[in-house]
Write a protein that binds this ligand. Structure first.
Ligand SMILES: Nc1ncnc2c1ncn2[C@@H]1O[C@H](COP(=O)(O)OP(=O)(O)OP(=O)(O)O)[C@@H](O)[C@H]1O
Length: 273
């Protein structure tokens, strides 16, 4: 196989990883190879590494999903009703109610210490509310703000572990994990989690949250440590989840993101209250 053909194959594979449909990926790879041949310049020299060029193409191709029709509300995946949480006599959450439906992004905002993480843990069933109730779909993916990883395991071993918990064969869990990582422009290597950068650890957390094909994603400030490109990738991913009918509840500090969400839950309490 010639070097140019090899580059075109790499481009096609990278486009597939990024979620470009097969026929389109094949056509793009072929067109790029022909275009480069037309200029007499090897494609690697003309376009750069196939993986990087694939990201550029995929970004340019991406069609925004249509806005949600308010009359076409999806099924309720999460119903939080009058939830309170008290720690040692101190009220952290005071009667929080909201719903998250299929095809909807809900942002949870509030000052530091207002109880955003606590609320998300309650939504995930990890913390019990002091009063009130939570009803949720069984298929959830929870992405914690930090930690949640085993430092001495590689990304692939995390896929095995979470996959085993979901009843997935090892090969399937690894393939799914690698595919989902590719959507965040990350190619897992054999490094231990403790040696990954903060942003890459967060990507691993997001991938693990998505591994069981959840109906509802709960994300606690999922982009901490992300660079600009990773941040854009994640939001693209969130919009795709919504377009695919998933519900998303996302804790955020970044108010300019609120234009991109369907519902906002603002928590009022402050650390100094
Ligand atoms: N397990 C716990 N025991 C006692 N207090 C707790 C516990 N978990 C959280 N808190 C307290 O509850 C309050 C809310 O914490 P939480 O982490 O939910 O806030 P947050 O809005 O997510 O904060 P940040 O924006 O800083 O991430 C804080 O004052 C915190 O100290």
């Amino acid at each position: 196989m010639s070097a140019d053909q090899h580059w075109a194959d790499e481009l096609r594979a990278a486009l597939l990883d990024l979620g470009v449909p097969s026929a389109e990926a094949g056509q793009l790879a072929q067109d790029s190879e022909l275009e480069a041949a037309g200029t007499g310049t090897p494609p690697r020299q003309l376009y750069g590494p196939a993986h990087a060029y694939a990201r550029e193409l995929a970004g340019a191709l991406r069609v925004e999903p249509p806005a949600l029709d308010p009359d076409d509300a999806g099924a309720v995946l999460l119903e939080v009703d009058a939830v309170t949480k008290t720690y040692r006599g101190r009220t952290v959450l005071d009667g929080v109610s909201f719903t998250a439906r299929a095809g909807e992004i809900v942002a949870v905002i509030g000052a530091n210490g207002s109880g955003k993480s606590t609320l998300l843990q309650i939504c995930a069933g990890l913390v019990r509310p002091s009063s009130g109730s939570v009803r949720r779909t069984a298929r959830i993916g929870y992405v914690p703000q930090a930690n949640g990883l085993a430092d001495k395991l590689t990304a692939a071993e995390h896929f095995d572990l979470i996959g085993a918990g979901l009843g997935q064969p090892r090969r399937k869990a690894r393939a799914a994990g690698e595919h989902l990582a590719g959507r965040l422009s990350w190619r897992p290597t054999g490094e231990l989690a403790e040696h990954l950068s903060g942003g890459t650890r967060q990507k691993l957390n997001v991938v693990l949250g998505e591994l069981g094909d959840p109906e509802l994603m709960l994300l606690d400030e999922p982009y901490q440590g992300f660079d600009q490109t990773s941040y854009v990738d994640l939001w693209r991913q969130v919009r795709q989840w919504r377009a695919a009918g998933r519900g998303i509840v996302l804790v955020t500090h970044l108010l300019y993101e609120l234009d991109a969400v369907d519902r906002v839950v603002e928590l009022g309490t402050r650390e100094d209250r």
